[in-house]
Design a protein around this ligand. Structure first.
Ligand SMILES: [Zn+2]
Length: 280
């Protein structure tokens, strides 16, 4: 079954190959640009590019960022500074805990499908307050429980592998898992992004910013991406099959109802036939 679904994914790759006009910067080139920018930032050699009048005038005609970043709102992690980029370079979503819920995913769809960015980076960071709150089991109120609800599963998963260990020992692992969870949610909930990933046009990677050193570590794609995509496709196939079975059942039911009605109709037909016979 898994092989069949993987084959189906390869087929999708061809079908969706020409669906969007994408940025000329490839996913791997985009990662290199970000890595180089982070190195300049780390070495205190930031060039603060694309922050002048020429760039401003250029962008008044439209934007063409080369990457979509889904990062945390933490004030210590501003993407333009840590990657040494300027105006119009990064299309950024920032929410506490770098979660991927409806609004974030919609923004990512806009960044990839409409603006043509070929790389999506889910940017987590060390000492993340949102992940820490969940790891510590803190009581939150207002709209925060809804916000952190998607952080709970990855934290639970990591916690279960560290029974009786203090949260500080597995927090960094939970932060990484949370970044992967964010990628998984994008793939599960966005058919648009999923198709772009399947076509090879877009890559989604996780990265973690170290708030102590200022270094960004790129972790790559979700380690289970292929299986994840295969499961989604398998579920779609299953859903179609269920729909077809339901249709067949409905047709059968309708046929049964007709059969029950037939005895009352038959005498009427016979009567009509008799009338015709009398005429002859
Ligand atoms: Zn954070």
């Amino acid at each position: 079954m898994f092989k069949k679904v993987v084959a189906a994914i390869s087929l999708c790759t061809c079908l969706f190959a020409n669906s969007a006009q994408m940025n000329k910067v490839s996913p791997d080139e985009a990662i290199e640009i970000l890595k180089n920018g982070n190195t300049r930032f780390l070495e205190w050699k930031a060039s603060h590019p694309n922050a002048d009048k020429i760039r401003l005038d250029e962008l008044s005609k439209g934007q063409k960022p080369f990457v979509t970043i889904n990062g945390c709102s933490d004030s210590r992690v501003p993407p333009e500074i840590i990657f040494d980029q300027g105006l119009g370079d990064l299309f950024v979503v920032r929410t506490a805990g770098n979660v991927s819920a409806t609004d974030q995913i919609g923004t990512i769809e806009y960044g990839t499908e409409h603006l043509g960015t070929r790389l999506v980076v889910v940017l987590g960071h060390t000492k993340c307050g949102a992940v820490t709150a969940v790891a510590k089991g803190e009581h939150v109120h207002g709209n925060i429980p809804a916000l952190v609800s998607s952080i709970v599963p990855p934290v639970k998963k990591v916690k279960s592998a560290h029974v009786n260990e203090e949260y500080g020992k597995w927090l960094n692992e939970a932060i990484i898992e949370n970044a992967y969870e964010s990628i998984a949610n994008i793939l599960k909930k966005s058919e648009t992004v999923r198709e772009l990933v399947l076509s090879g046009k877009v890559k989604i990677v996780a990265a973690i910013y170290d708030v102590d050193s200022g270094k960004v570590k790129f972790l790559g794609e979700h380690p289970e991406q292929l299986r994840l995509l295969a499961n989604i496709e398998a579920n779609k196939i299953l859903a179609k099959k269920l729909q077809s079975v339901k249709k067949q059942e409905t047709v059968k039911k309708q046929e049964t109802v007709k059969k029950h009605e037939e005895p009352t109709r038959e005498p009427i037909r016979e009567q009509k036939r008799e009338k015709v016979e009398i005429k002859y």
